[in-house]
Write a protein that binds this ligand. Structure first.
Ligand SMILES: CC(C)(COP(=O)(O)OP(=O)(O)OC[C@H]1O[C@@H](n2cnc3c(N)ncnc32)[C@H](O)[C@@H]1OP(=O)(O)O)[C@@H](O)C(=O)NCCC(=O)NCCS
Length: 154
């Protein structure tokens, strides 16, 4: 699935604003383009009103996911800081689940840096922790953090 260039621009604008560079979680434009070339990766933009943004209008958030056999993994998920705590993240997770279900997924997966405040949102949506990768993330000062894998049956 190759999205229109404008969509990648809008996605990258949210990415640049949303991820703390300390953790190196943001992807480069090249990584996003390569993932979307593969065919099993999917994305969705959300506008400030919760709908798909009009062409040319800025996006407030997005997700990017990878489909596997009966599973779909959330690879990137972000809302612009200016538009947080208005339910857009929850709405995006709902859209992620619905689109994954439409592709045949029965389970959602994601990996999160331990301590990320997104955990409250994931748990509220129905994700539960199923595993841990010790010391997977490294902050700028060398501090390491575990990656927690969460799953949600759909
Ligand atoms: C995680 C993220 C996408 C949430 O987006 P959002 O639009 O603010 O989320 P919502 O408004 O839908 O939140 C819904 C509920 O989730 C919980 N929640 C969301 N963010 C929270 C936070 N920072 N702290 C505590 N609870 C939070 C709350 O229960 C919230 O409901 P409330 O606002 O009525 O209390 C956003 O904070 C973000 O982009 N973070 C940086 C990127 C990131 O870390 N992505 C996840 C990678 S694993």
């Amino acid at each position: 699935m190759t999205p229109p260039l404008d969509d990648i621009d809008r996605l990258m604008t949210v990415m640049a604003a949303a991820f703390d560079p300390i953790f190196g979680e943001a992807w480069t434009r090249r990584q996003v383009e390569d993932a979307l070339m593969i065919g099993n990766c999917h994305y969705r933009l959300i506008g400030t009103s919760g709908d798909v943004p009009e062409p040319g209008a800025p996006a407030a958030g997005f997700f990017l996911s990878r489909h596997g056999f009966e599973e779909e993994e959330l690879l990137l998920f972000a809302v612009d800081p200016a538009w947080r705590r208005r339910g857009l993240g929850l709405a995006l997770l709902g859209q992620f689940a619905q689109s994954a279900r439409d592709r045949g997924a029965r389970r959602l997966l994601l990996e999160m840096r331990q301590g990320n405040e997104a955990e409250a949102l994931y748990r509220r949506f129905g994700f539960v922790p199923i595993g841990k990768r010790p010391n997977y993330y490294r902050g700028r000062d060398g501090e390491t953090m575990d990656a927690i894998t969460f799953a949600c049956d759909i």
